[in-house]
Design a protein around this ligand. Structure first.
Ligand SMILES: Cc1cc2nc3c(=O)[nH]c(=O)nc-3n(C[C@H](O)[C@H](O)[C@H](O)COP(=O)(O)OP(=O)(O)OC[C@H]3O[C@@H](n4cnc5c(N)ncnc54)[C@H](O)[C@@H]3O)c2cc1C
Length: 414
């Protein structure tokens, strides 16, 4: 049976991995050349620690304060775009205790399972990705924020995670010689990280060796259909026929599906990263500068900093003020790193595919019997890649997904 996957990001590749193992004939089509998309320049975390979606109580008040600061980590660009208006309204509606209470157990289950699956994938594929499982430190500058993170630690423990709340001295012992200026940290020990660029390149090569076909530099324009059945993708370079189709086109998915009459809400959540190749000191553990919302990852080729969430459609341009906002925040936590460390950086931007409620869209559409959508993972697309691939494979095989997929329904906003 033939399956065509549109999109060669983390979600497309993980779907291909499980489908190929089940014996499907898989083709991946991407308009890019397979060397860069959101799945490359990210922070590389597998983070069960992030079991609470971004849309949560408190984010609206905090977000309004951030909106007026050009260097702030979160921003929704005011616009007359109707899709952004609908998205923002649903984001607001999802930011309640009740909705978050429904989302957390499902997200936690998906994150924890995915965390195990990535280790299986790495053992199977033998990709050298710099995977490390020392956990994630949430560094806090203020006692108030450390107390909030301690509440998150408690929630994590209730969800079955291993979490410690540390004083500054205890946190310093985890990275001897690496100075920190904080009141303490929360250590989420189930978290892990890798170097996404190495993984994505290695995964592509592995899949090619297993017989998965890649068609790069090929934009999918539309699809041919017959009643409720899709017959072929129409690309710039001709038609691609298949029995089933997986749409894993990240932030571009809403635009693509609209022409097929399938309505979903997605906004690109732009984030930036840059790497310091020779930092004055290299921490041994990945971390987040909590108040600044900056992720810090020791990767194979340097120390990567990533941050900001600018909700603004599909614009990938780099705003230097926000990159500067990231740079300025770092020495406040890590005094050994100064502005001189950033002189040769090359900022990268990527679009996180954000659903309003922070839950991915995974499943078939009501409109077609052979169209599977897998997107909307926002800031968790790496963490949730393996479990998403597994779910896509279950759905393609007409099996009931082993995870309760009610909150993942593709057309929940249509
Ligand atoms: C700064 C930053 C830090 C992040 N850190 C983390 C992290 O630490 N952990 C984590 O879990 N997540 C993180 N994320 C989020 C994560 O990177 C994304 O959720 C994930 O990469 C999304 O993967 P994807 O496969 O859905 O989309 P993408 O990687 O964007 O891939 C989609 C692909 O679809 C292709 N495409 C689109 N339309 C078409 C078309 N019409 N025809 C053909 N091809 C098409 C595109 O070319 C693209 O290659 C971060 C994101 C950012 C920006």
């Amino acid at each position: 049976m033939k399956i065509a996957i549109v999109g060669s990001g983390m979600i497309g590749l993980c779907s291909a991995y499980y489908l190929n193992k089940q014996g499907y004939e898989v083709t991946i089509i991407d308009e890019g050349d397979g060397t860069d998309n959101c799945s490359f320049g990210n922070a590389g975390f597998f983070s069960p620690s992030h079991m609470v979606p971004l849309a949560s109580p408190g984010i609206i008040a905090q977000g309004l304060k951030w909106m007026i600061n050009p260097e702030s980590p979160f921003y929704i660009k005011p616009s007359l775009d109707i899709n952004l208006a609908k998205w923002s309204w649903q984001f607001f509606r999802a930011s309640t205790k009740k909705r978050v209470g429904q989302a957390v157990p499902i997200l936690n289950q998906m994150l924890m399972e995915s965390r195990s699956l990535i280790e299986e994938i790495l053992a199977d594929t033998k990709i050298d990705s710099g995977f490390d499982d020392k956990g994630l430190l949430m560094y806090c500058k203020s006692q108030h924020v450390l107390d909030e993170e301690a509440d998150m630690a408690e929630l994590g423990r209730k969800c079955g995670q291993d979490v410690d709340v540390l004083s500054s001295a205890q946190a310093e012992k985890i990275n001897p010689g690496f100075e920190i200026d904080t009141v303490g940290a929360v250590h989420f020990k189930n978290d892990a990280w890798f170097t996404p660029n190495s993984f994505m390149n290695g995964f592509q090569k592995y899949l090619k060796d297993q017989g998965v076909e890649f068609q790069f530099n090929t934009k999918v324009l539309s699809a041919e259909k017959h009643h409720r059945h899709l017959k072929a993708l129409v690309t710039e370079k001709g038609k691609i026929e298949a029995d089933q189709f997986v749409i894993a086109t990240g932030s571009w998915t809403a635009k693509f599906l609209r022409q097929l009459g399938v309505k979903i809400l997605i906004q690109g959540g732009k984030g930036y990263s840059f790497e310091v190749t020779n930092p004055p000191v290299m921490p041994k553990t990945a971390s987040i500068l909590t108040e600044a919302r900056v992720a810090v990852t020791p990767m194979q080729h340097g120390l990567r900093f990533a941050g900001t969430m600018e909700v603004n459609g599909l614009d990938l341009s780099i705003n230097p003020r926000r990159v500067l906002g990231i740079q300025k925040s770092i020495p406040n936590y890590f005094p050994q790193i100064n502005q001189e460390s950033f002189k040769d950086i090359k900022p990268w931007a990527g679009l996180r595919p954000c659903s309003p409620d922070g839950m991915p869209y995974i499943g078939k559409t009501k409109k077609f019997d052979n169209l599977i959508v897998a997107t909307g993972h926002a800031m968790l697309g790496i963490s949730l890649g393996p479990i998403t691939g597994q779910l896509v494979c279950e759905i393609a095989g007409e099996n009931k997904p082993h995870i309760d997929d009610t909150l993942l329904a593709v057309e929940r906003y249509s």
